[in-house]
Design a protein around this ligand. Sequence first.
Ligand code: ARG
Length: 586
Amino acid sequence: MASVTSLSDSVQQHLASALTATRPEAAGADPLLRRSDRADYQANGILALAKKAKANPRELAGEVVSHLTTGDLIKDVEVSGPGFLNITLGDRAITANLAARYADESGRLGVPYAERPGTTVIDYAQPNVAKEMHVGHLRSAVIGDALRGMLDFTGEKTIGRHHIGDWGTQFGMLIQYLFEHPGELAPAADVDGEQAMSNLNRVYKASRALFDSDEEFKERARRRVVALQSGDKETLELWQQFVDESKVYFYSVFEKLDMEIRDEEIVGESAYNEGMPETARLLEEMGVAVRSEGALVVFFDEIRGKDDQPVPLIVQKADGGFGYAASDLTAVRNRVGDLHATTLLYVVDVRQSLHFRMVFETARRAGWLNDDVTAHNMGYGTVLGADGKPFKTREGETVRLEDLLDEAVQRAAEVVREKARDLTEDEIQERAAQVGIGAVKYADLSTSPSRDYKFDLDQMVSLNGDTSVYLQYAYARIRSILRKAGEVRPAAHPELALHEAERALGLHLDAFGNTVFEAAGEYAPHKLAAYLYQLASLYTSFYDKCPVLKAESPEQVENRLFLCDLTARTLHRGMALLGIRTPERL
Ligand code: ARG
C-alpha cells in the first residue's frame, strides 16, 4: 500500500463508515465518489441504494450525512438535487496531505503497490528479421514499453518477450542466395543500423528476383528450408548472419526511439523451434488437434469464415512444416510453464486478434492456460495518414520508420529553435530529440490503443493542445520558476487558505496514485496521458491566477513553490512511465 492515503480514499472510507452506520443494507455500497465542479467531490451512489432499499433518496442522503464525521478532512457536506452529496474538504487537510506525499522519500507520489502482484509476460516490439520496420511495429513498441513501465511501477513483475519473425520459409531463399553470393552481408560488427538495413534490403530484393525468375534456384531454396529446419550447421550460420545484421538495425531504431531493449528478451519464433513437434504431438494425443487433409488443425464451433466454413488453426502444415501458430502455442507453454506467468499480454495489431483468440482457446483446451492465467491481446488500431487511409508514402509504399522519426525530430528542432534563442546548436539537437520522439510516443499513447489514429506531425509537435510538447513546456516552466526562486525553498503551509485554482490543482495531484494504478490495471496508457494533460492545464490556470514568486507573503511564496514542485515531480514521473523525457529547459 502507498504510505500516504489519498484524500479521495480517505473520503471514501468516511463515506463507507457512514453508510454502514446508516442501515445494514447500505454496508458495502459504492458511494460513487467523483470530482465535481460544485464542491470538491460529489457522491451519487445513494440514488441506487435508495432504489434498492425502497427509500426516499433525499431522506436517505440526510441520514448518511448525519452519520458522516466532519472535521479537518470533510469540512462541509450537503444534500443536493435528487439525493447527491456535495462534499467540501478543509484547506488544511488538502495541503497537509499533499505535504506528506511530497515528503515521502519513496518518490511514489501516492501510487499504491498491487496487493497481490503477479508475473506478466509482455509480448511487444516484435519486428521481423530481414525486413524493414513499419509504423505498426512502432505502436507495439511504444504501447508495450508504456504498459510495462506502468505495471512495473505497481509492483508487477514483468518479463519482456520480443517475438521477432526470425523463422519461416522465406529464409530458404535468403540463405540460399547468400550461400551462392558470399560476402554480400558485411559482418554485423562492422555496420551501423542504416547500412545493415540497406544490405538486407539489397539481398532481399536480389534473392526475390532470382527466386521469381529461376526455377532451379527456387528448388535449391526449398531444399535450403529443409536444411534450416533440420538444423544443418552451415545453413544455421548463414541464418544467424541475417538475425545479427537485423538486430543491429532493430537496435538502432529502438535507440532512436529512446527505448531500452534487452538482448535476453529478444526471443523470436525460432526459439520455439525445438518445442514445436512436441506441441503438435501433445495436441494430437489429447484430441485437441485433428488431421485434416494431411495438416494438423484445431477447429472452433464459433469461428467461421466465408460461406460459414469453419476456420481452423493450423498447427502443422501438410508438408510437415510448422508456422506462426505452432510457435505461439509453444511460447504459451514456455511462458506459463517455465516463466510462471500469471498474465500473458500481447501487444499486437488488432488484425491478428483472430489468431490470438484461436491460440488462447487451443491452449485452454490443452490445459496450458488455466484459470490462474489470464491471456490478453492488447490489439491496437492502425496508424492512418492525414487522408484517413493507412499510412503510406506518396508512392504507396510503407513509410520507413527511421525516416519518420528523423522527420519528427527535425520538426521538433524548428519548434525548439524558435522558442529558445539562448541554446547552443548541440542543446537544440538534444532537446529536439526528446521533444520529437516524445511527440510521436505521446500521440500514440494519448488515444485508446484499440483505436486508429492519424499520424500528423504538425499536430504532434504543436505547442497548443493535447501534445507532449505542451506537457514538456509546462514542466520546463515550473523548473525555471524553481530555479528563479533561488534561496527560497518550497515548503507547505497548511494554515493558509487555498485559492480555487490551488484546490483544483491540489485535488488533481491527489488523484495521481489511483490514476496510475487503474491505468496500469486496465492497460490504458491513454488514461494516464489524459490525466497529465489535465494536470498541465490546471497548472496553467493556477499560474495565471496565483502569483508564485510575487505572492503576498513569504509563506504564500513557499507554499505555492511547493505546489509547483509537486506538480513538476508528478509530470516528470507520469511522463517517465509513458517513456517520455521531460527536459529541464526548453
Ligand atoms: N512479428 C509479428 C509481425 O510483425 C508480430 C509478432 C507478435 N507476437 C506474437 N507472439 N505472435 O506481425
